[in-house]
Structures are given as C-alpha cells and as structure tokens.
Design a protein around this ligand. Structure first.
Ligand code: F6R
Length: 612
C-alpha cells in the first residue's frame, strides 16, 4: 500500500500535501515525496524515511506552487531509497507522477520504452508511467487534448492496479488523476480541489467528495473537475457530502475497525497477490528466490504461528502437500518451541504473524534457525522482529489491522501461503501445469468473489440477531471446512464471549454430540462437493436432537431442515477457506454488536502478544 495526496488551488500546496501524507502514513512509510509546479518547471522533493523528514529537506519551505502531488510509500518494487521514492519524472522532466498500486507488466513497458530511447533512474514499476505519458504526448503533439489523451493512452497500457496523479509544467493549471483497483477520492473546496487515497486524509479541507470508480480519469483545474472513461467520453458524477466526525473518519465511515477491515479484504487480497502472480506466468516474488537445489533438499515443512495466523497455516497444510508433495505440519508456536520438534537443514519453517512481534512465534523461529532450518517469515508489518530474524521475508499487504480480532490478515495470509506453495511446486515441478494454472486463475478471481459476499450481509445479520442470546455454539466442517470452523469459532468467542467449539464433523458422534440439545446453534460449512453428503448427514444428526442450523455453502443444497442456508461463490477447493470465513467473520461481528459489546477491543485481549 502507498498513500497519495494532491492539491490544485490558490494556496501554497506543500503544507497541505505534507499534512495529508501524515494522515496516510498508515499506508506505508518507507519514503515520502512531493512535486509542485514552480515557475515553469517541476520541483521534486523526496527522501527515504517518514513523512516528517520532508520538513528537513533543503528548500522545502521555499516552494510556492499552488499545484502539487505527494506520496508516502510502502516499497513493493525496489528497496526503500531516495531514488525509488515518488514522485517520478519522465526523462524530459515534463511530467511528474505519483502512484499507488502495482504495475504488473512494467518489465514489458520498460523494455518497450528503452527501445524507444528512454532510460530509467529507479527500480520502481512506477517510473514507466511518466515516460509512457511523455511518449504518447509526443505522438499526439498536434492534438489540442494531448495531455488528457496521453494519460488515458498510458493508462490503457497498464496492467495491474493504480491510482495516479499527474502534473506537468506545460499545463500549470491542471492535474490529471486516474484509478483502477486502488482507492482515490477528490474533495471539492472553494475554488480548489484536493485529492487523496482516502477521505480522512483531506477531511479537514472538504466535506464534499467525488469517489472515483475503476477506469475513471479526471481532469482537474482549481474550479472544475471533469470525468472521463478510458475512451475519453465525458461522465457525470455526483458529489457525496460526508458528515463524519474524527473517529468515524478514521474508520472510513464504518462503525468499527473490524467491520471496516472485513470490507477491506478484497483490496488486501488484491494487494497481497500484487505483482507475484500474472496471467500465464510463474509465481515470482521480488525479494524471495530459492533455487531448485536448495528446495529439492527439503523433506519437511513446518508452518508455525499462533491463533488466527496458525489457522491460516492449517488452511494451507493440504495445499503444500498436494502441490509440493512435501510432508507439512502446522504447529502452535508455544507448543513447537518446547516439544523438541525434529528440525535439521532439510527442514523449511514458515512463521506466520500479522504483527511480526508475537513472542512465541519469534522464539520458535530462533529455535528453528539454531537447528539449521531455512526460515521464511510471513508478516504484515515491515521491519517487524520476526521479519528481521528470518532468512527470507514476505509481506501480506493487508494494511494496518487495528481491530484485535484478525480478519483481513487471515485471508491475506492464506493467499500468500498459497502463492508460496505454487511457487515451490513450480520450482520443484511437483504438480501438473493444468492444476497450477487453474488455481492461479481462481486466485485472481478471489477479490471479486469476496466483494460479492460483502454485498449480501443482511441474511447473516438476521440470523445473528435471532441467536445472539445463546450460550453455546458449535461449528462443524470436514477437510478445509473444518479449518474454517476452527477460525470461525475463535472469532465468535473472542468478540461475543459466547462459548463455542469447532469439530471435524465426523468426530461429532465420538463424544461432542452429547452436548447437542434443543435450541443449540450449530453452524455447518460445506464447500467440498466430495464431502457434502457426509457433512449433511452429520448436520441431520444435530437437527434430530433439536439444534438450530446455519449453513455456509457453495453447493446447491435443497434441504428445508436447515434454518438458514447462506450461499457463497464456488472456487477451487484449495481457496475455499478465503470465501467461507467471510460470512462467519460477519456472523461473529453482528452477534457482538447485538450484545452491545466493544467489537474492536474485546476484554482480556491485546493486538500484539509480545509476552509468553
Ligand atoms: C485472533 C487474533 C489472534 C492472533 C494471534 C497471533 O483474532 O488476532 O489469535 O492471530 O495472537 O498474532 P500475530 O498474527 O500478530 O502473530
């Protein structure tokens, strides 16, 4: 994630830009920078490190320009450095661009532009954008609309996600912004316009907003905003008046961080997939390369973590075994570190942690290293202790998770673990290309499928409202659905304080069914067609004993014995957990709300567990 801000009006732009960036620092803080138009040229000030460092840059206070763009970066392509910081210029220094998102085809675009004589100063994907704009600008030099045309042609060449702002000293009274799959809003002021990645960043300047849709391009002047689609046909857009206080602003209008974070899952997943996965290509991570020689020595994989992160590991155990044909064990970090696990230099250990600071996971990582294992950290916080300790590092790009109950980190962790499993299978040649291609194709569809679930939350709320006074609930599933049952049960207990348990559905008759009596709520998860009939018959057994049932399924189940059937989209079974958990996160959320509890800060819990 990165954050972008822009201003066009009559005031000095730089203080407004820096102020906006400070509010967006949660989106990344590897480097920050801004550009303003000053006396027929573009002035760029940028550096590695936090936004506040901009105040120390020479000449920053002398900037008088009233049009400017700014950026705070979370590095994806290229290390955090001044050179890789935004804004980026084209070779002729005519256009300046800031960008949030990932350009998947930047290698091809770079090659194309290099052949046309352009050169590149940074390692970023973004630097292709200003040069591409320059290329199209020169091609259409006689066109009266050439700035807008050049930006729209450049955008149509970009694959991946982007929210961009573009300025040029040739057009000192304009700015162009465009968006696809990355957020962007325009705040309208009095003879001035503000642009940002989210509303809170500019809420102190404006209460009237245009919310851009994917494919929109906007041409701004200080007193006008015109919208176009990618064919440059003009669009009509309505202004939305936002009446938020400071706290709801931080939650982007949602009542709680947890609800906001549940809704952020399509973006978190999309950003986590980022540029690692492109159509018809092998999975490739920028900063993680492991050779066939090293990987083929591995005969055991451990995935070690705590709580929800451990459940993400459970959701991916079979994925590693199916794709890589390597025995994989998922372990609770606090158990792993004290049980003398068999670890040697043929062992590969993956440590999963949202915070990257969990004490048990860190200790387990140190132990694995001492015994010669190769270690990979999957965390959500750049520079966290776990990420610094491991041999290899990958980040989920879920953005900050504030609510104590983990939601978007869980689904992003499953996505990243699945990408690692695919990457290993491709290196080892351990799985058929057809299977891997189907999985990769499905993975790219997941963000949209999660969005479709988030559009249908009323039935979940209705069921939650009908059972929130209960004292016991049970979650049942088989295979992948059992792993989701475990995570759903944890979510419910931690924020609703209702006792709940999860069972592999086939285990029920070996004891737990004794607990089922009239009125007990049982939630069944059924996404594996090969296990569907068996799961249904286990659920029939609880109905016979008087249980109320809520079924989350992607199958066509026509059974009026169930109190409620909630349909989710179909997907590859290895990815089913990512979809089936979403309604159950919402179920826990609505129960907690119905009970009037503090959803974001449940009792006795902390977001980062840095003690044993
Ligand atoms: C549950 C939850 C916890 C964490 C666990 C590990 O919603 O958030 O179970 O998953 O404390 O934390 P991290 O992932 O930071 O290591």
């Amino acid at each position: 994630m990165c954050g972008i801000v822009g201003y066009i009006g009559s005031k000095k732009a730089s203080p407004i830009l820096i102020n906006g960036l400070l509010k967006l620092e949660y989106r990344g803080y590897d480097s920050a920078g801004l550009s303003t138009i000053e006396n027929n040229s573009i002035c760029v000030k940028k550096n590695k490190g936090r936004v506040n460092n901009l105040y120390d840059l020479e000449g920053i206070n002398d900037l008088c320009g009233t049009v400017g763009i700014a950026h705070t970066r979370w590095a994806t392509h290229g290390k955090p450095s001044k050179q890789n910081s935004h804004p980026h210029l084209d070779n002729s220094k005519t256009f300046s661009v800031v960008h949030n998102g990932i350009i998947e085809n930047y290698h091809e675009l770079r090659e194309f532009l290099t052949k046309k004589g352009y050169h590149f100063l940074s390692e970023t994907d973004t630097e292709v954008i200003p040069n591409l704009i320059h290329y199209y600008f020169n091609k259409n030099i006689n066109d009266s609309n050439n700035f807008l045309k050049a930006v729209s042609l450049a955008c149509s060449d970009l694959k991946g996600s982007f929210a961009i702002e573009v300025i040029s000293y040739l057009f000192p009274n304009n700015m162009i912004v465009a968006k696809k799959d990355s957020p962007l809003v325009i705040g309208v002021g009095n003879n001035e316009n503000y642009i940002a990645s989210d509303i809170p960043a500019i809420l102190s300047y404006s209460k009237s907003f245009y919310l851009l849709e994917d494919g929109d391009i906007a041409l701004l002047s200080k007193n006008d905003v015109k919208f176009y689609n990618c064919s440059l046909e003009e669009l009509k857009k309505e202004i939305k008046n936002i009446d938020w206080n400071a706290s709801s602003a931080e939650k982007n209008g949602y009542e709680d961080y947890m609800l906001k974070e549940i809704h952020e899952q399509p973006t978190a997943i999309r950003e986590t997939i980022g540029a690692c996965l492109k159509d018809n290509e092998k999975v490739c991570f920028d900063d993680f390369n492991i050779s066939f020689k090293d990987l083929s020595k591995i005969n055991k994989i451990y995935i070690v973590a705590c709580g929800t992160a451990m459940h993400a590991g459970l959701a991916c155990k079979s994925t590693f075994e199916t794709l890589c044909k390597i025995d994989t064990t998922v372990d609770i970090a606090s158990e792993f570190r004290y049980r003398n696990p068999i670890i040697n230099n043929n062992t590969f250990c993956i440590f999963v942690s949202q915070s990257g600071e969990t004490a048990d996971t860190l200790a387990a990582l140190k132990l694995a290293k001492q015994h010669g294992a190769k270690t990979l950290a999957i965390t959500n916080v750049i520079g966290s202790s776990i990420s610094r300790e491991a041999d290899y590092n990958l980040y989920t790009h879920a953005g900050p998770e504030i609510a104590v109950a983990s939601t978007k980190a869980y689904t992003s962790q499953i996505v990243l673990l699945t990408l690692v499993a695919i990457c290993f299978a491709e290196i080892l040649n351990s799985c058929s290309e057809d299977i891997l291609n189907d999985l990769k194709k499905e993975l790219l569809l997941i963000p949209r499928k999660v969005s479709s679930i988030l559009k249908n939350i009323e039935p979940i709320k209705d069921f939650a409202d009908s059972v929130y006074k209960e004292h016991d609930m049970f979650f049942l599933g088989r295979g992948f659905d059992y792993n989701v049952a475990q995570e759903a049960s944890l979510k419910l207990k931690e924020i609703s304080y209702i006792h709940s348990d999860s069972y592999a559905a086939g285990e029920l008759k070996h004891g737990p069914i004794a607990l089922i009596e009239k009125g007990v709520t049982v939630i069944g998860i059924i996404t594996d067609p090969s296990l569907m009939l068996k799961s249904i018959s286990n659920l029939e057994e609880v109905i016979t004993r008087g249980a109320k049932t809520f079924i989350v399924t992607n199958q066509d189940i026509d059974n009026s014995d169930f109190n409620m059937i909630y349909k989710i989209p179909k997907t590859n079974i290895l990815l089913s957990s990512i979809l089936s958990i979403v309604p159950l996160q919402l179920f826990a959320y609505f129960i907690s709300k119905a009970k009037g509890l503090d959803v974001d800060k449940p009792r006795n819990l902390a977001k980062s567990v840095t003690v044993e």
